[in-house]
Ligand binder design. Sequence first.
Ligand SMILES: [Zn+2]
Length: 114
Amino acid sequence: MIDAQHHLQLLNTELLQARETLLLRLSESNNLIHHALVATLHEHNPEQWLELVQKQLGTEYQDIILRLEQLEAAICQIDIGQYGYCCDCEEEIDPQRLIVDPTIQRCSNCEPNL
Ligand SMILES: [Zn+2]
């Protein structure tokens, strides 16, 4: 049985860190559009950030955007009680996999190369 509350804490902690990292990278950018984006993000609820940055940022931000998406998706699954189930075959995901990465979406049969 998966301790969803424990994972929720981990996910929320990492989500806050990932948002900080995004802000930091944007403010350190040489691109003035990114500085304007930092100001825009500060005016919005962090839940809207992905939507705001997705269209404006290039491939150099793909890793952090992907991570934010994964974290938010996993938190959403905890909210609706679907956390820890494979999104392909709907079997329970091995808890060991979720310890390695709490945002894992698939079981070891559906995604063996992890
Ligand atoms: Zn599966």
